[in-house]
Design a protein around this ligand. Structure first.
Ligand code: SF4
Length: 519
């Protein structure tokens, strides 16, 4: 197992065909952070160029099935293979559907992260960069779902994946003729949906899945994009804007993790992403206290697997770093040695962290578990100390900030600006995101933040973050005249697109003194 070479698909099609949109089925040339580009608007660069240079097709096996696929799709594939046999299940790139869908095909399972363009990243960067157009990932999803081949033989269309909720929120299920939308973890309930479809039974329009037990989650049987391997699932810290908090928390057994990593490494993924909501949840205790011994053992085990060139942990929480800095001191050099990243000549590793806000009242209100075992009042010091420890150990994190949390006041925004100021000389890259109420979080009824409603201070925060990013990463890449022209057009564009309110902070961003009144 582990590859499909030698398998010939029957001329009448495969019983179960799994796929995803072209952005989901690309390895973005091995750069997981460029995968963010899926949330960017289509109108900036023509799609045929993006397809060629930014999100090219994953490599194929001899039978033209996809050699790599998103991890979630691989998990469903593994369950289906166990139940219905390898010859009845295939994962393919959307451009190759024709070869595998036929009169024998009964179900087409589609996984999507961004089918309607209303996730955190898409909403922020489509509106911020503007220029019209919808997110690339959404355009690609529409191309897939409207491809006539998927309906030609009457197969049932089942949609799952982390973005499935968007189809319901955007009321697109009927228009897209999706028979069943699956929300939540797939291992248990999704298999029942496939079983029903194979027996020709009517499918429920929407299914909220039951949580699987650890033993129901089987290891993947074919390699995943970016060599993604789950080390934990769920979180439990209870942030109200986040969905994984709803899920049960597991740490997968080390052998299960290493088996999936070996499968990926043997198939040439080169990179291993250790997927979790927070690496420090791995074998932590009930009070979220990190387990240094187990984490270090995990990282060292991954390091020793032949074929693993890059190790990329997905997320880290900041509080455990302060609680036990020795963990980062021990794993920092290993992550550096297996790092993909180099900035302005300096090699470093990177990981996503959530700062979210500098406001203590908002921390208390929406994410009071995020800083455990510390108190919300200590948040600024925790953030500063944790980033300092990371930087000292060659980690330059990618930090998310949420702009426009419900009932955010001027005072709250100023507190975040103050925190960003305190981090001035630290090495981190900010990803400010407009607050988005996702479907399965506590704040699902709250209003999305959009650019029209941003205050002057919130614009200032966005500008500050991007100025920091430009200074940290790009200043030596762009010649001064080019920089000036780029900034000038940027400012003019903002003025046209978003009104005068956005101008003052953006003038500051461009280095132009903004002492005149907005017209
Ligand atoms: S700590 Fe992160 S994953 Fe956990 S609930 Fe909060 S935002 Fe979600």
């Amino acid at each position: 197992m582990g590859h499909r070479n030698g398998f010939t698909p029957p001329a009448l099609g495969v019983l179960i065909v799994l796929t995803g949109s072209a952005t989901d089925m690309s390895d973005f040339k091995l750069n997981p952070f460029i995968a963010f580009v899926g949330g960017f608007p289509t109108a900036i660069i023509p799609r045929f160029l993006l397809r060629k240079y930014l999100y090219p097709k994953v490599p194929l096996n001899d039978d033209e099935s996809a050699k790599f696929a998103p991890y979630g799709l691989r998990k469903i594939e593994a369950g289906l293979v166990r139940e219905f046999g390898e010859q009845n299940v295939i994962v393919v790139h959307p451009y190759d559907l024709k070869r595998f869908v036929g009169p024998k095909t009964k179900v087409i399972g589609i996984s999507s992260m961004e089918p309607a363009g209303i996730g955190f990243v898409s909403r922020t960067y489509t509106s911020l960069l503007g220029f019209g157009g919808e997110p690339v990932a959404t355009a690609e999803f529409r191309d897939l779902i409207r491809n006539p081949i998927i309906r030609k033989w009457g197969a049932k269309i089942v949609l799952g994946g982390s973005g499935a909720w968007q189809i319901l929120r955007a009321k697109l299920q009927k228009e897209y003729e999706i028979d069943c939308v699956i929300l939540g973890e797939g291992e248990k309930t999704a298999l029942e949906v496939f079983r029903k479809a194979l027996q020709g039974e009517e499918l429920p329009r929407v299914v909220e899945t039951e949580r699987p037990n650890l033993e129901e989650i089987c290891p993947i049987v074919n390699p995943s994009i970016f060599g993604t391997v789950e080390i934990t699932r769920g979180c439990g810290r209870g942030c109200k804007f986040c969905s994984p908090m709803m899920r049960r928390r597991y740490s997968f057994p080390l052998e299960h993790i290493l088996k999936e990593i070996r499968l990926n490494a043997d198939n040439g993924t080169r990179m291993i992403i250790l997927a979790s909501e927070d690496i420090f949840l791995y074998r932590c205790n009930e009070k979220f206290l990190p387990n240094r011994e187990e984490i270090v053992k995990l990282i060292k085990s991954v390091f020793s697997i032949p074929g693993v060139d890059f190790i990329q942990p997905a997320h880290m929480s900041l509080a455990p770093i302060v609680f036990d800095p020795k963990i980062v001191e021990e794993i920092g050099p290993i992550l550096l040695e297996k790092s993909f990243w180099k900035t302005k000549g300096t090699r470093h590793s990177s990981v996503e962290v959530g700062i979210e806000t500098g406001s203590i009242p908002l921390m208390k209100k929406y994410m009071s578990g995020k800083m455990l075992p510390y108190k919300p009042e200590e948040w600024h010091n925790i953030v500063i100390k944790a980033i300092e420890i990371m930087n000292n150990n060659y980690i330059w994190p990618l930090a998310t900030l949420i702009v426009g949390l419900p009932e955010e006041t001027e005072k709250d925004t100023k507190a975040t600006i103050e925190l960003v100021d305190k981090l001035k000389n630290k090495k981190l890259f900010y990803v400010p995101l407009l607050f988005t109420s996702e479907e399965d979080c506590v704040l699902k009824e709250a209003r999305h933040m959009d650019l029209k409603h941003l205050t002057l201070f919130q614009w200032e925060l966005l500008a500050k973050c991007w100025r920091h990013n430009i200074e940290l990463f790009a200043i030596d890449l762009v010649k001064w005249p080019a920089k000036f022209v780029a900034m000038f057009s940027y400012v003019l564009y903002y003025r046209w697109k978003h009104g005068t309110k956005s101008l003052r902070p953006l003038f500051t961003l461009s280095g132009i003194k903004a002492d005149s009144q907005d017209p």
